[in-house]
Design a protein around this ligand. Structure first.
Ligand code: GLN
Length: 379
């Protein structure tokens, strides 16, 4: 078997879902909602079953879907996105990121990754043959040292991966930080591959800046995102890459031979969502702000130490007080004995950090309260 696949484990995030299911734990590990997608989308899904959407769509995405997506992203990214030449529709942002990596890098090319990072990026670099250069985001504020970042750029990387808002640490990069990264990307001629799946989950007073919208950055940015989190449809596997036409032309080839295309009926069914007005995004944010506050206050009431995310829907809890050597063991016991699923922080950090675990709060209030009640047994 290939050395390539020997170089990484299965996803610990997804393993923790299986372990949570095994123990009947409240699964706050792999981040996905336990509430329904918007009704307009579900109603359209029921109709689509009886319409003519059961065969392949165009490989880089159905025309209707791309047009609706381009109109929506044009509104939010502040730049006119061409649905024909600047978008590839993928099977989730998971494929979008892999497509972006394969479009931009040759084997042996270096890629800068902030640590902690969403665990797919590690496997993505191994599968593409790229070499990661990790730059720490240091807890508790998850800031980076500009000098350390420039040192990474001095090694002539081909690309930098920017997860903003960040999974797992909930960091929302400030405009100043992004401009600093943009300056380095220009100076050292580096592409920036973004993962912006939490673009609509950014808590006040923080705001989301699309990297591609920064001055001079459109040409070197490959924006990856998904509909999973914005419309609560993680199982639909709808994602996309947005970039300048010459990059998309190459990305279309990668995508075509990787997967041919995303599910045609689902691309059609989600279109009402892409046409929602600003109210929808305001409500989504209000809902997640409420859930963040509910969950964080619940942890506070138990005296459990945690960060407060600026964006996305994850909280990192400090488990130092429990005296475990292994955060994985802590999480296994938490699922088995306390009945709550979490992800060990070590699966996100390059550095030897094993005193943090990640919970997500994309759950009904009653589910979050159930989890908090169970966590009381830690006291
Ligand atoms: N982004 C989610 C998480 O970090 C899961 C995504 C996935 O499993 N594809 O938990």
């Amino acid at each position: 078997l290939s050395d390539r696949t020997a170089g990484f484990t299965d996803s610990v995030i997804r393993r923790m879902t299986r372990i949570s299911n095994q123990y009947g734990a409240v699964n706050l590990s792999q981040g996905f909602p336990d509430f329904d997608p918007p009704k307009a989308i579900l109603d359209r899904l029921a109709e689509v079953a009886h319409e003519d959407y059961h065969q392949y769509s165009i490989t880089w995405g159905a025309q209707n879907f791309r047009e609706a997506l381009a109109a929506k992203q044009t509104r939010y990214m502040g730049r006119t996105i061409d649905p024909n030449s600047e978008i590839v529709v993928t099977c989730g942002s998971t494929e979008a990121m892999m497509t972006a990596m394969m479009t931009v890098t040759n084997p042996g090319d270096k890629v800068v990754i902030f640590s902690p990072f969403y665990e797919n990026y590690g496997a993505d670099t191994i599968l593409t043959g790229a070499e990661p250069i990790y730059v720490p985001l240091t807890p508790p504020e998850f800031t980076f040292d500009p000098e350390v970042l420039e040192n990474a750029f001095r090694q002539h990387p081909k690309a930098l991966i920017l997860c903003n808002p960040s999974n797992p640490c909930g960091k929302v990069f400030t405009r100043d930080e992004l401009e600093l990264i943009a300056g380095l990307a220009k100076k050292y001629d580096v592409y920036v591959i973004t993962d912006e799946v939490y673009e609509h989950i950014v808590y006040a007073p923080h705001t989301h800046t699309y990297f591609a919208a920064l001055p001079d950055m459109w040409e070197r940015t490959i924006s990856c995102s998904s509909l999973s989190k914005t419309y609560s449809v993680t199982g639909w596997r709808l994602g996309y890459v947005i970039a300048p036409a010459p990059i998309i032309e190459r990305a279309k080839k990668v995508h075509d031979f990787l997967t041919v295309g995303a599910a045609a009926p689902l691309q059609e069914a989600i279109i009402p969502g892409l046409r929602f007005g600003q109210d929808y995004y305001d409500d989504l944010l209000a809902k997640y702000t409420h859930k963040r506050d509910l969950f964080c206050k619940g942890l506070d009431a138990l005296g459990l130490v945690h960060n407060v995310p600026q964006g996305a829907y994850y909280v990192m809890m400090d488990i130092s007080e429990f005296g475990y050597d292994s955060d994985l063991k802590f999480c296994e016991e938490l699922a088995a004995k306390v009945g709550v699923g979490a992800v060990p922080g070590s699966s996100f950090f390059r550095e030897p950090v094993n005193h943090l675990i990640r919970f997500h709060f994309a759950k009904k209030d009653e589910t979050l309260n159930d989890a908090l009640n169970r966590l009381e047994t830690l006291r």
